[in-house]
Design a protein around this ligand. Structure first.
Ligand SMILES: NC(=O)c1ccc[n+]([C@@H]2O[C@H](COP(=O)([O-])OP(=O)(O)OC[C@H]3O[C@@H](n4cnc5c(N)ncnc54)[C@H](O)[C@@H]3O)[C@@H](O)[C@H]2O)c1
Length: 359
């Protein structure tokens, strides 16, 4: 770890000097001097840039890396994110926020040990509304952040998605599956942006020897999701709490698998610190049909006015999604800890307040 590296150098080379400054005997450890302690902490703490930090997943990553003792630089242009997700962190001395669009040249002064690229519209409503920004952030944004990683000799982890498998013909999806994507369909802007993100990340790894990590995230949920982001889970919660129809597309037999956000964050943390540079699935393999899922939400919310409202299936809606997580299990020792019941219970508390505040 970089931390250890600095610690070794400093205790070895600078011990005498700093002990002198602090008027302590030369064999005292340098961390006994309070003035130096502050400076030393700054130098030894790993420093991480999180792009997309004001978003749902990015904000949870900020919390986790601060809790792990990192200095966190949060970057976002608030395209789909919300400062409210990270405002509780502004008082932290190890937290900085840069308002910046990563499709423009990215400069961060000082050292950087790690970069997480989580900047991108991620929900269908967002990327259908902002197709060009979605393609640009996947392509130009990722290129800029890879360039920064190369310059700083930082390790970079990029957020890819199960959408790279498109409407998969293989089930469950292993990382070796190349996918079934319609490049010119409405979802193509997101799927192809992420496929490019993976390709350019591998190119930087192979050509420039940048230390890269690629995570393929499957549907994730939890507090700080937006109520109206077009994803099924907030939609169901909003509709159930308000006592409306829960929109189920087609016959409702299409499946998804939902991972609680804390489990995902643990997977990201482990992958970043691992030696594995090929794409890795992280998600919860527990699969459920949309019809069953709607019933689970109805049971949880217990609003007698809510009901299931069947609508025609949208274009290119994937029919099945379930990650094969053998790699995450064997390489990272990772598996989801939250079952759906527990994760939904926590998330329901969050959405209750959201719906109330939305009036
Ligand atoms: N949530 C999921 O289930 C899921 C699944 C698969 C992959 N992912 C990936 O994880 C990442 C985060 O997703 P999320 O659900 O937190 O979405 P989100 O929309 O909540 O967060 C994305 C953040 O990126 C920011 N952003 C967008 N374009 C930017 C730009 N050009 N410059 C700087 N910031 C920019 C947004 O303002 C937002 O804060 C995305 O890359 C997404 O593709 C998410």
């Amino acid at each position: 770890m970089v931390n250890h590296y600095f610690q070794n150098i400093l205790t070895f080379r600078d011990k005498r000097l700093f002990s002198f400054i602090s008027f302590l005997p030369p064999d005292s450890p340098p961390y006994l001097c309070p003035a130096f302690q502050k400076h030393f902490n700054k130098m030894t703490k790993p420093r991480i840039l999180i792009a997309g930090a004001a978003g749902f997943i990015g904000s949870h990553l900020c919390d986790r890396f601060l809790a792990e003792g990192y200095q966190v630089i949060a970057m976002d242009n608030l395209l789909t994110g919300d400062l409210a997700n990270i405002e509780h962190l502004f008082k932290e001395k190890d937290f900085e926020y840069y308002h910046h669009d990563v499709t423009k040249f990215v400069h961060v002064p000082g050292k950087l040990d790690y970069i997480l690229n989580f900047a991108s519209p991620a929900s269908p409503i967002d990327y259908l509304l902002m197709p060009i920004q979605t393609l640009k952030v996947g392509a130009l944004g990722t290129h800029n952040l890879l360039g920064l990683a190369k310059e700083k000799k930082a390790r970079i982890l990029v957020a890819s998605t199960s959408e790279v498998y498109g409407d998969p013909l293989m089930h469950p999806q292993t990382e070796e599956y190349w996918g079934n994507v319609n490049p010119v369909g409405p979802r193509g802007v997101y799927d192809e942006a992420k496929r490019f993100l993976e390709a350019i990340t591998m190119a930087y790894h192979n050509y420039h020897q940048v230390e890269t990590r690629i995570i393929r995230i499957f549907n994730t949920y939890g507090p700080r999701m937006r109520l109206n982001d077009g994803r099924v889970l907030p939609a169901f919660f909003g509709q159930a709490i308000r006592g409306e129809g829960l929109t189920v597309f087609g016959d409702g037999l299409q499946t998804r698998s939902f991972c609680y956000v804390d489990d995902l964050v643990e997977g990201i943390y482990r992958l970043l610190l691992s030696d594995y540079h090929l794409p890795m699935n992280v998600g919860n393999p527990s699969e459920i049909t949309m019809m069953q899922f709607a019933h689970e939400i109805l049971d949880l919310v217990q609003n007698p006015k809510a009901f299931i409202d069947y609508r025609p299936l949208p274009v290119d809606d994937p029919k099945q999604r379930r990650p094969d997580i053998t790699k995450a299990r064997t390489i990272l020792g990772w598996e989801p800890k939250y079952d759906r019941k527990e994760g939904l219970r926590i998330t329901y508390e969050y959405f209750k307040v959201k719906v109330q505040n939305a009036g």
